[in-house]
Design a protein around this ligand. Structure first.
Ligand SMILES: N[C@@H](CCC(=O)N[C@@H](CS)C(=O)NCC(=O)O)C(=O)O
Length: 195
């Protein structure tokens, strides 16, 4: 498999899953501002979407965190009960559409240099992070007894919250620390030059 990622981006979630699985894959860094791979290929020629993550499998190209994480989770992740599989999808949906997307004004501001919208978005992001902590409801992991792909994605969001100075409840700070202690997380972060 080939895995296209950008350092510290949402694609870190799948990168952690691949490390956790001990999968046979090649990680390829993409420069998202130039839309070029580290070898200088046009990333749009690899994925029409132009964004990461993008996973090249034996069956073809798979994109979108919701699909990539479900694919990696079901193939390589811990076996979940039927109900927990649905709950993991619920978490991935929540993380992608509520948490991840809430950071869009900050990312746009970084590109345009106009940071006002990003500043204005912070309280709203903090509110959503408070909801995430509430939904964890005292559990160590999103579903089941251990980490799953749902945690990989939520963990990336906690990294962004710290990076951009958004308030996080203590439960989420502890959750972030718990994830940072995972070998797969440390390996994927080191591979992306984040450690
Ligand atoms: N809908 C996509 C969005 C992925 C996404 O937002 N990727 C960002 C990095 S976190 C990206 O590649 N942005 C660069 C761009 O859109 O040009 C998904 O859920 O996987």
């Amino acid at each position: 498999m080939k895995y296209y990622y950008a350092p510290g981006a949402c694609s870190l979630a799948g990168h952690i899953a691949l490390e956790e699985a001990g999968a046979d894959y090649e990680a390829i860094r993409v420069d998202l501002s130039a839309h070029k791979t580290e070898a200088g290929e046009d990333f749009y020629a690899i994925s029409k979407r132009g964004y990461v993550p993008a996973l090249v499998t034996e069956d073809g190209l798979l994109t979108e965190n919701s699909a990539v994480l479900a694919y990696l989770g079901e193939r390589y992740g811990p076996k979940l009960s039927d109900w927990d599989r649905y709950k993991a999808l619920e978490w991935i949906g929540f993380t992608g559409t509520e948490l991840h997307k809430a950071f869009t004004p900050i990312f746009m501001g970084m590109k345009s240099g106009d940071t006002q919208a990003g500043e204005a978005a912070r309280p709203q992001i903090a509110k959503k992070l408070a909801l995430a902590a509430d939904l964890l409801d005292g559990r160590d992991w999103a579903v089941g007894d251990g980490p799953s792909v749902a945690d990989n994605y939520l963990f990336v969001i906690t990294l962004w919250a710290d990076k951009f100075g958004v308030d996080m409840p203590d439960a989420l700070k502890a959750y972030k620390a718990r994830n940072l202690a995972r070998g797969s997380v440390r390996k994927a972060m080191a591979a992306e030059g984040l450690a």
